[in-house]
Design a protein around this ligand. Structure first.
Ligand SMILES: NC(=O)c1ccc[n+]([C@@H]2O[C@H](COP(=O)([O-])OP(=O)(O)OC[C@H]3O[C@@H](n4cnc5c(N)ncnc54)[C@H](OP(=O)(O)O)[C@@H]3O)[C@@H](O)[C@H]2O)c1
Length: 385
């Protein structure tokens, strides 16, 4: 008779369910795909043979990686309450199931955007119905692992990237389930780390600059871009330059040569110069800073021009006074725009600027950096590998 199996070692965080599964289902030999890249969850069992009576014969130890455990939990960074970076908790969380119309993505990388720490701090509670505990992170690059019913146009194994729905769990996790219409093919020329830097910031810059209702920037026009060295700004400088616009960038002195390399024709160091003393009669301003920077921008725009901000709501009254259009919008996940960003990237006309890569487990550190408001380009979190 086989004695009760004893757990003598952990492959990774075993739970009671593991033992039950292994007793009824026997030793699970199949190793889940992701287990090739990281230690599989499971236990090491010691079995003994209790026959003939009075004799106990040890059997070889067995490593068990129960599929059930692998399928139901994952590593994630969640918040259980609003607060400072310390509320970010790296822990086991339920692995999502793809609902109808959704694809389950094995997340290779995600990136940090200012919205992440604004949500974490509770600043957006009144606007978006979050449910706690919440997984943050609304950029993803990864591989489709499973499909819900009724999905077309996406297949298991596809390399995809996306800006998932901000009102749902994000991508600071090993898995995320995303409605298939929000997915686009990852740019072929980028690895997942760099691809994860693109969706939210790239879409924001692209839509603010080129949407007809936004800046509708055209060849030959002049645009002033505030916060040019940031996540959105680094995309905006390249995109505007690529469209044939004259680009004036604001930033601190350390970023001048970097921004000129990206396509800025002129540079204003906001620490030592007032941009309104250097700039006048531009066709458009793209403001990613808000506050005083937004308020001081009206006077540098020619009549008939446009002030677009992603960091503050331009006053309609002041806009009328200056004969300028004010515009604010939230970024939309449009696959056509993601495809166009991918096309520009693969054609060598656009590149994500990745300032720093940290492992998912260091999300707190990433938030501290993002919250300084002085990160260059994007902060990426490596999830797999
Ligand atoms: N409405 C939307 O849908 C939407 C979408 C995306 C982002 N946003 C918001 O837009 C803002 C920018 O996002 P982001 O991802 O680009 O942020 P970010 O990466 O954190 O921006 C940091 C950059 O801002 C620059 N900066 C700081 N103060 C500045 C100033 N006074 N003048 C010029 N540059 C300054 C810094 O340059 P230096 O280091 O040189 O100082 C730094 O490179 C955030 O508030 C974000 O929440 C809104």
């Amino acid at each position: 008779m086989i004695g009760v199996p004893r757990v003598i070692g952990k492959l990774r965080r075993p739970g009671r369910v593991l033992l039950i599964v292994s007793l009824f289902a026997g030793v699970c030999k199949a190793v889940p795909r992701e287990a090739k890249r990281r230690p599989a969850p499971g236990v090491i069992l010691r079995l003994t043979l209790g026959f003939p009576p009075g004799l106990t014969v040890p059997l070889p130890d067995v490593a068990v990686a129960p599929m059930l455990f692998a399928m139901t939990t994952m590593k994630a960074v969640r918040i259980h309450q609003y607060g400072g970076p310390e509320v970010l908790t790296y822990e086991d969380a339920p692995k999502p199931e793809p609902a109808a119309g959704e694809a389950l993505i094995l997340v290779h990388a995600t990136s940090v955007n200012p919205i992440d720490w604004k949500v974490r701090a509770g600043y957006l509670q009144a606007h978006i119905p979050f449910k706690l505990p919440l997984i943050l992170g609304w950029d993803v690059s990864g591989v489709v692992e499973a499909l819900g019913t009724g999905v077309s146009g996406v297949a298991v194994g596809d390399e995809v990237y996306s800006r998932p729905d901000v009102s749902r769990d994000g991508a600071y996790a090993e898995y995320i389930s995303v409605p298939a219409p929000l997915l686009a093919r990852k740019p072929r020329s980028l690895d997942h780390l760099r691809a994860a830097a693109v969706p939210l910031a790239g879409l924001t810059a692209f839509q603010m600059l080129f949407d007809p209702s936004a800046l509708a920037l055209a060849n030959g026009q002049t645009v002033l871009i505030h916060g040019a060295a940031g996540g959105v700004g680094t995309f905006a400088v390249q995109l505007a330059h690529g469209r044939g616009a004259r680009v004036i960038a604001t930033g601190s002195a350390k970023n001048e040569s970097f921004l000129r390399e990206l396509g800025a024709d002129e540079f204003v160091d906001y620490n030592t110069q007032r941009f309104e003393d250097r700039v006048r009669d531009v066709d458009a301003v793209l403001d990613t800073v808000g506050g005083d920077t937004l308020d001081r921008s009206w006077g540098v725009i020619k009549r008939g021009g446009v002030l677009g901000s992603i960091a503050g709501q331009p006053s309609a009254e002041i806009a009328v006074k200056h004969g300028v259009r004010g515009y604010f919008a939230m970024t939309q996940t449009r696959t056509a725009d993601l495809d166009e960003l991918g096309r520009l990237i693969d054609a060598g006309q656009l590149r994500p600027i990745v300032g720093e890569v940290l492992p998912l487990s260091e999300a707190r550190r990433a938030h501290e950096i993002s919250q300084t408001g002085h990160a260059r380009g994007k902060l990426v979190l490596r999830v797999v590998g």
